[in-house]
Design a protein around this ligand. Structure first.
Ligand SMILES: [Zn+2]
Length: 300
């Protein structure tokens, strides 16, 4: 099984790697509640993608970004509002221009406090990381798509239709063919269906649109960066679970049996994937959408 682990969720800028000219990733080291963080360096400005969870992580990322940027202005964005990606944003206020898609900002406003409380209850490490967190809104928002020229580096911010959250955003560098997906793609970690607004069918479609970009390098939300195969594998898994749950619904199986049997088969087929705690969430999300019934997620 891929070795995702529950070490304290600390972003480690000292392990930063240049994955393409002028594009840095601070890898998550397979630590749960740490995202892959991106720093994109232009001749005129520098863009940071994701803050990490909480003030200390935000400061670590900001410090690294300032060291790289020198006197160049900083821009900052997040792939979606979830705490481990975005709840260190307050540190960037005043140091960077914070830009996100409008839907993501709306979602943060609407659900941010609920997520703060939910993640604080995940255990002492998460609680500690989230001490003093304040939710801050972006300085600028956009709808649809926004292209930023950092000087010799074009970056496309694009909002999608809402698969993992309602306000998913990807960051794409068309020239370098590098794609930051947030949690729309993970490297061998089961998809996180923790959000009431997650939609399996839209998620599957979003992954098709990501493959159409033909990225050479894919930086997933969690796990090691890879190639476009990461997107394909992730979509294959979603389709596999979708078909498995759909077939059982058509056979008239009760939800309790689907929970049990689909989970068993998914684990059997995806033995080397990490974070299988998310499997029941995925099954429930598929079930709710396929049957048009209210979503009942298991307790975290
Ligand atoms: Zn997420």
């Amino acid at each position: 099984m891929t070795q995702y682990n529950n070490r304290p969720p600390v972003v480690q800028p000292e392990s930063a790697q240049e994955i393409a000219p002028g594009i840095i990733v601070i890898p998550d080291q397979y630590i749960n509640l740490v995202p892959n963080v991106g720093i994109v360096i232009g001749t005129d400005a520098v863009l940071v993608v994701e803050s990490g969870m909480g003030i200390e992580n935000g400061q670590r990322v900001l410090h690294k970004a300032l060291e790289i940027a020198g006197s160049k202005p900083l821009l900052f964005t997040t792939t979606h509002f979830h705490p481990e990606h975005a709840f260190g944003t307050q540190v960037f206020k005043g140091h960077a221009t914070i830009v996100t898609n409008t839907t993501q900002a709306d979602e943060l406003r609407e659900k941010g406090v609920t997520y703060l409380n939910m993640f604080r209850s995940l255990g002492p490490n998460a609680h500690k990381a989230l001490e003093g967190v304040e939710l801050v809104m972006p300085d600028e928002t956009y709808q649809g798509e926004k292209t930023i020229d950092l000087g010799g580096k074009q970056v496309v911010l694009r909002e999608l239709t809402g698969g993992h959250t309602r306000g998913d955003q990807i960051i794409f560098l068309p020239h370098e063919q590098v794609l930051f997906t947030g949690d729309l793609v993970e490297n061998h970690s089961f998809p996180i269906f923790a959000d009431q607004d997650a939609s399996p069918s839209r998620w599957i479609k979003e992954l098709t649109s990501l493959m159409h970009l033909s990225p050479a390098t894919v930086v997933p939300g969690h796990g090691k960066p890879g190639k476009v195969e990461l997107v394909q594998e992730f979509q294959d898994l979603l389709i596999f679970v979708h078909e498995e749950v759909n077939r059982r619904i058509k056979e008239g199986q009760a939800l309790a049996l689907i929970d049990q049997e689909a989970a068993r088969i998914i684990k059997e087929h995806y033995q080397d994937w990490g974070n299988d705690l998310w499997i029941p969430f995925e099954i429930r999300s598929m079930y709710a959408e396929l049957t048009g019934t209210p979503l009942k997620l298991p307790a975290l």
